[in-house]
Design a protein around this ligand. Structure first.
Ligand code: SAH
Length: 230
């Protein structure tokens, strides 16, 4: 009997020992999902090793947080697949002193990844409940360099413009002109463009000598870019 109990105790303790910590899962996520697909931008890789993605998903999805997939965050919206966050961040190529604008706060995860790299992040969310919840999560984790604004991101944030980089995480059918206008000379924008519910193109947009250069990167699938009624 005593031997059985010891065996039982051993099984319980060792199975606990085998469960991967969140940190280990994050490491595995970066090497198997992100580096393995060719992303080499070091600041992006470092940021994604740091940000605790499991704290940005609803509690019922914590165990799935480091899987190779988007996850529901409520209100019909999703937190993007880790690879997509890494790809978009590396295309934006943010640098320490940059001021970045994100449209589509969602969970706040992408904003946190950017905040690990740059000085100031502004992020706009159209669904008030999501914006407020992301604001709380980010403040709770000490991301004070992120400002969450609830509103329609189509208009951008003229009072804080121009931005070194703009990243859009919902897909409009065409590039919103106010966002182009708020991009700094030499700045970069990463944006999925295309019809709602279909495959869209991820575009890298560069503003050089007042001219706009667009490069098509990958086929992607994002939630639609919505507009407020006013
Ligand atoms: N970057 C997010 C992913 C969010 S999904 C993350 O890391 O979790 C896209 C988000 O864009 C959704 O929350 C959606 O509500 C928001 N959105 C859609 N249209 C918008 C608009 N016009 N302005 C601001 N946010 C918008």
């Amino acid at each position: 009997m005593k031997q059985l109990f010891i065996l039982f105790l051993f099984c319980v303790l060792s199975s606990g020992g085998y469960a991967q910590s969140y940190r280990e899962r994050r490491e595995a996520m970066v090497s198997r999902q992100i580096e393995a697909r060719g992303i080499t931008h070091q600041p992006t890789l470092e940021a994604m090793r740091k940000v605790e993605r499991h704290l940005f998903v609803p509690s019922g999805y914590r165990e799935d947080a480091y899987r190779d997939t988007p996850l529901p965050i409520g209100r019909g919206q999703t937190i993007s697949q880790p690879y997509m966050v890494a790809l978009m961040t590396s295309l934006l190529a943010p640098q320490g002193d940059d001021r970045i604008l994100e449209i589509g706060t969602g969970s706040g995860y992408q904003a946190a990844v950017l905040a690990e790299i740059v000085r100031e992040v502004y992020t706009i969310e159209i669904v008030p409940e999501l914006g407020e919840s992301a604001r709380e999560t980010l403040a709770g984790l000490g991301y004070h360099q992120v400002t969450v604004v609830v509103g329609d991101g189509y208009r951008g944030l003229p009072e804080k413009a121009p931005f070194d980089g703009i990243i859009v995480t919902a897909a409009p059918e065409t590039i919103p002109p106010p966002l182009l206008a708020q991009l700094k000379e030499g700045g970069r924008m990463v944006i999925p463009v295309g019809p709602p519910g279909a495959v869209q193109s991820l575009l890298l947009i560069e503003k050089k000598n007042g001219k706009i250069r667009k490069t098509r990167k990958e086929h992607v699938r994002f939630v639609p870019f919505t507009r407020s009624a006013d």
